[in-house]
Design a protein around this ligand. Structure first.
Ligand code: GLU
Length: 296
């Protein structure tokens, strides 16, 4: 663990910042400042089917309006393919990554035959059809690339808010995708490669991402990268109890004026159980919350 704190906020530019994503942004910023560390922004636009640079720039402008600006140049993941390719090559040489020729339908059928269909709401665990020691691609073209997770059964990690966590990655998610059939890099690989490349020591992000952490720890171990500390923040729920997200139609954060930005920050601070700030400037409010955050 590096002694200098380096945190990050890593939004996907699929839409503007909303009340939920502001909570994660604010928490990551406050945690960095309370540790006298650096706070970096990374635009996670690997999924070009869902991301748009216009949203990336809008997110950065919204963050700046809320007083949060990256301490180093912003990294855009669409510029980072060479690093992801190098990681995939490393994993392939280690015998951990392998090409998969299965379509979604073929996986469904294979799971039915094996009596391994997922329960409602659970992910389909890939049955390992294309693993090299099970015959590999068998003359089919490669579609996706997967990680062989058999060496990684129980993964334990500590979350600074949620406490002790564990997941049997092999059972819960199986050989997960590193590079998708459409040629796009998977979030899990990109996030791990970039967190390491940016020297990130602390990941602070929304609780909806907590169950990705074991896969990311597996990849860090497989690639010989340092592990990081994690803090997953509470989610903002929509009126129907669903997580507030771009998909659930969360309204864009309005921060066109300093007063609007401060009011959005006050709401985010409330979700983080921070005391309301009585000041009228964003800078002073942020400074008060850094104190309160550091004192917990
Ligand atoms: N890009 C991811 C998202 O917006 C967050 C990634 C992360 O913080 O690890 O959901």
């Amino acid at each position: 663990m590096a002694s200098v704190y380096r945190g990050r906020f890593a939004p996907s530019p699929t839409g503007p910042l909303h009340a939920g994503s502001l909570v994660a942004a604010l928490a990551s910023w406050l945690d960095a400042r309370a540790h006298s560390g650096l706070w970096l922004v990374r635009i996670e636009d690997v999924d070009t089917t869902r991301c748009d640079p216009v949203w990336g720039h809008r997110l950065l402008a919204q963050l700046a309006a809320c007083g949060m600006v990256s301490d180093e140049p912003v990294i855009w993941q669409n510029q980072r393919s060479a690093a992801y390719e190098a990681a995939l090559t490393q994993l392939t040489r280690l015998g951990l990554a392998y090409p998969c020729g299965c379509s979604r339908r073929e996986i469904e059928v294979a799971l039915q035959v094996l009596g391994m269909e997922p329960e409602r709401g659970q992910v389909a665990v890939y049955p390992g059809t294309c693993r090299p020691d099970q015959g590999g691609l068998k003359d089919r073209p490669a579609r996706a690339w997967r990680l062989d997770v058999r060496p990684y059964t129980e993964v334990y990690w500590h979350d600074r808010r949620l406490g002790a966590q564990s997941q049997n990655v092999a059972q819960a998610v199986g050989d997960f995708v590193l590079k998708r059939a459409d040629g796009l890099w998977a979030y899990q690989l990109a996030v791990v490669v970039d967190d390491a490349a940016q020297g990130i020591t602390d990941v602070v992000r929304g609780e909806d991402l907590a169950d990705n952490t074991p896969r990311q720890r597996v990849l860090q171990a497989a690639l010989g990268l340092p592990s990081v500390r994690y803090l997953h923040t509470p989610l903002v729920l929509a009126a129907n109890g669903d997580k507030l997200s771009k998909h659930s139609g969360a309204p864009a954060l309005i921060c066109d004026s300093p007063a609007q930005a401060l009011s959005a920050l006050q709401q985010a601070a409330q979700v983080l159980a921070l005391p309301p700030s009585q000041t009228s400037t964003i800078g002073e409010a942020l400074a008060q919350w850094v104190q309160a955050w550091g004192a917990r």
